[in-house]
Write a protein of this length. Structure first.
Length: 126
């Protein structure tokens, strides 16, 4: 594979990984008020043989769930408490911005490699 082809492969693998990360972040945000929901965490792996990026298995955050006091809630125990989620909305928003910026950086890299390849082909045609 050419160097420009390798750059495009690296950038596209980065975009796929960040898109997966954004999907799980959006699931976390959607379930911020779901009782018993554990935050999903996506880890990245460097694929050694070709240098691309891939996501590892999804893991669940092991932090304790928030204990919410609401005696009228159907899930409340005898003391009026039930387990909420361990999703912190501010952390999820910050993670989403980071993933979005990383996706955009990979997209720009992909576009630059595409433009360079196109320019090279134009030079070779002359």
């Amino acid at each position: 594979m050419s160097d420009l082809g390798m750059i495009k492969a690296l950038a596209s693998s980065g975009m796929r990984a960040q898109a997966t990360r954004l999907r799980h972040i959006s699931e976390n945000i959607a379930n911020v008020d779901t009782p018993g929901y554990h935050r999903k965490i996506v880890a990245f792996r460097n694929m050694v043989q070709d240098g691309t990026v891939a996501t590892g298995p999804v893991q669940f955050d092991q932090r304790p769930l928030k204990e919410i006091y609401d005696p009228g809630h159907p899930l409340a125990d005898g003391t009026g408490h039930y387990d909420g989620s361990n999703v912190d909305l501010m952390v999820e928003i910050a993670d989403a911005r980071e993933a979005q910026r990383s996706y955009e950086a990979n997209l720009k890299l992909f576009d630059q490699a595409r433009q360079m390849k196109s320019g090279l082909l134009d030079l070779l045609r002359r």
